[in-house]
Every structure is written in C-alpha cells, then in structure tokens.
Write a protein that binds this ligand. Structure first.
Ligand code: PLP
Length: 422
C-alpha cells in the first residue's frame, strides 16, 4: 500500500480519493479486460522528476537543452520496444492509444482517404472511426465483419471485396471486444493486392504478443502496429507506434506524433514505459501470458457448461464476451450492477448484431489480465466464473449475494496485488 505522505500532509481531499482507490483496487476483483496492476517500479518512474522536463523532439534532436537523461530513457524505451516486438522503429511518445491511432492515420493518409476496419459492433474500437469521433469527420471508414458469430471467423471474402471496391489506404486489424486470433496473412495479402498499408491495433493484446502467446502481426508482414502500454502489457497509461522496417514510414509516424499532434512528450511516462518493457522482456512475463490464457479458458469452460452463449464461441485470448441477455435473460447493465454488488468489476458490452441499446446492451465483456497479475490460477478463475453464473441466475437473492461478496473479498485478500514481477 502507498503512504502518500506528502499528499496526506497538504491535501486531505486528494488523499482521501487516493486512499479510496487503493482500497477499492485491493479488495475488489477486477475483470475489466483492459485494466491491470503495474509494478511499484513502473509507478516510481511514472511519479519521477522526469515530469518536470520539456523534451520536444526526439533523442539527439530536441528543441530544449538539458536532455542527457531524457535522451537516455527514451532511447531505452525505443530499443526495448523494438526488441520486444521484433521491429526496427518505435515511437514511444503517444500519450495514449487513441492519439497513437490519430497520429498513425495522419502519417499514412490524406484527409478524405479511406480506412477499412472492423465493424464497431463486431469488436472494433471507437478510434476506428466511430461516428461520434472527430477522426470520423476527416477520414472515410468502411467495414468488414465476422462471417460467423458462432466461431468468430472474419469474413475475409467480404474484406477483400470491400477493399477492392473502396481502395482503402489502410487495412486495420485489431479490436477491443474480440476474443479470437486473426489470420494476419490474409490481411496482408489483401492489403498488398489493393496497395494499402497493413496496420494492426494491438492495444488489448500487446502483452500477449510480448509474452509469446499471441501471434505477432509483424511476422506476417504488417507495416505498422499501434498499441496502448497499459492493458495486457502492464505498463503506464500510454501509447506506442511500431514500424516493422520501413524508414520512410517511421519518419512519417514521428512527424505525425510531434509536431503533428502532440507537444512535449511525457518523459515520466516514457521512463515508466521503459521499465515496463524491461519487465515484459523478463522470462516471467511469458509465464504471465500463458497463465492469462489458461485462466480465460477456465472461465470459458464454466460459461459454456452453463450454456451461456459466448461471442466467437469462446476465446483464444484474455477476454470473453457473453450474451447474458440471450442466455440468462439478464441485460448487460443488470449484470454489471449485480456483479458490482458482490465486488466484481466488469463492463456491459454490445454484442454483434445487437438488438438492444448501447446503454443497456445484451452482453458483458470480461477478462483475466488483472486477476492473473494477482497470482490467481485456473482454480480461482473457475470459481469466479461459477459465482458469476450463480448470481446472474438468481440476482434477487440477497443472502446468496452477501455470501459471494464475502467470498470475493476473502479471495482478493488471499491474492494481494504484487509490488514486483521480476
Ligand atoms: C483501448 C484501445 C484504444 C485506445 O486506448 P486509450 O489509451 O484508451 O486511448 C485503441 N484501440 C484499441 C483497439 C483499444 O482497445
């Protein structure tokens, strides 16, 4: 637990909020698949003196003096990212995943150009051209979908047809709510055929790729990968853009990030990225990756045994999407609320071909990265899934919920969030 000694002395209100979050994270079970717990080392770097420093530009080419240590730390982050993901160029400056995608679009396209991305209701992310985003006003987004929601298989024939028809500049693979592995080679083949860049957004699965338990799109010839650093990769809140080997593309990406989109890089966050990439290069991170998948498979089994429909039929990665409305008559919002009551945090989610609303959809999305960080294994994952099903089937049963709330609390107490992973 942190002490926050200086904050406690000078700012009681912020202190109270931080203490509240400390105990919420310690005592609650986190199943949101995009969340994780970072090491103390990552937090030390994130809270370091580097927050004081302006470093506009890139290592060796800055617009301010005094860059000995910022250059060192950014170069470390770049080198480690390249090693981790087997590529030649990395930009570690994007403040988060969304600006990483915006910079990537502007680097590779002119306004009005077209992106071919996954249908948003089939798992694509807001930044892949949701109507409410600014980027949707600048670029043209067209879509591919799953061919079969029961297996999660992408409709590669449709993808190719749409690509031939719309001549996109970018074909985008990568999702926020999709549980299956992709056939990256098919994306690359179609991209080459129509003269598009093949780009993967691995925001969710970066840690699985780094841990060697998911395929690396670069092994199939993808040109660019964008990512967050705070989801499965277990680093600070931030973004990342990687370029496989093309120097010209890398230069375009760098210009699009700075000065194109951002000002000064957050050097404290970049130091924390360097620390997190160092952790991900450690052999223990491979074990972490494997356990994330095993835990997800354990939860999958419980849900399938209970005849709850899983989108894509199950999972190859860290997350599951369950049609709780179709299978149990409980809406996504109701499920989120009742699970919250017993100390389990996850999110409601639209499912493919949703018939309800975004505010109260049919599904829930949940995953195993955070509980795996706590050291939980298949037995715990299985039990958690059993509790979820039981409470969803009997959500008005107050006594049942009180029992489960106590059990979840005890489980979290038995698996405290670790301070170090290496
Ligand atoms: C989370 C996510 C992002 C955006 O990341 P932020 O850090 O929240 O801006 C982009 N793309 C995908 C696929 C994501 O899952």
């Amino acid at each position: 637990m942190n002490t926050y000694a200086y904050i406690e002395k000078q700012d009681q209100e912020v202190f109270d909020a931080l203490q509240g979050e400390e105990s919420r994270e310690a005592s609650g079970l986190e199943l949101i698949p995009s969340e994780n717990y970072v090491s103390k080392a990552v937090r030390e770097a994130n809270g370091s003196v580097l927050t004081n420093k302006y470093a506009e530009g890139y290592p060796g080419r800055r617009y301010y003096g005094g860059q000995d240590y910022t250059d060192a730390v950014e170069q470390l982050a770049i080198d480690r990212a390249c090693k981790l993901f087997n590529c030649k160029y990395a930009n570690v400056q994007p403040h988060s995943g969304a600006p990483a995608n915006v910079a990537m679009y502007f680097a590779l396209m002119e306004p009005g150009d077209t992106v071919l991305g996954m249908d948003l209701s089939h798992g694509g992310h807001l930044t892949h051209g949701h109507p409410t985003t600014s980027i949707n006003k600048v670029f043209n987004f067209v879509r591919y979908k799953m061919k079969d929601v029961a297996t999660g298989e992408i409709d590669y024939d449709e993808l190719r047809q749409v690509a031939l028809e719309h001549k996109p500049k970018i074909i985008l693979a990568g999702f926020s709510a999709y549980s299956r592995e992709l056939e990256y080679q098919k994306f690359v083949d179609i991209a080459r055929e129509v003269g598009a860049y093949a780009v993967a957004d691995m925001a969710h699965i970066a840690g699985l790729i780094a841990g060697g338990v998911a395929k690396n799109p670069f092994d199939y010839g993808f040109d660019v990968i964008t990512s967050t650093t705070h989801k499965t990769l277990r680093g600070p809140r931030g973004g990342l853009i990687l370029v496989r080997e093309d120097k010209e593309i890398a230069q375009k990406i760098n210009k699009a990030v700075f000065p194109g989109l951002q000002g000064g890089p957050h050097m404290n966050t970049i130091a924390a990225k360097a620390v997190a990439f160092g952790e991900a290069l450690h052999p223990s991170f491979r074990e972490y990756g494997k356990q994330i998948l095993k835990n997800a498979k354990a939860m999958e089994k419980v849900f399938l045994d209970a005849n709850v429909r899983l989108l894509g039929g199950g999972t190859d990665n860290h997350l599951l999407l369950a049609d709780v409305y179709g299978s149990l008559g409980v809406t996504g919002q109701e499920a989120e609320d009742v699970l919250d009551e017993i100390g389990i945090t996850l999110n409601k989610n639209m499912i493919a071909d949703e018939t309800r609303t975004a505010m109260d959809p049919s599904g829930i999305r949940f995953g195993t990265p955070a509980l795996t960080t706590r050291g939980m294994k298949e037995d715990e994952a299985t039990r958690i899934a059993e509790i979820m099903i039981s409470v969803l089937k009997d959500k008005g049963n107050q006594q049942l919920k009180e029992g489960y709330k106590a059990e979840i609390e005890a489980l979290c107490a038995a698996f405290p969030v670790p301070e170090s992973f290496v």
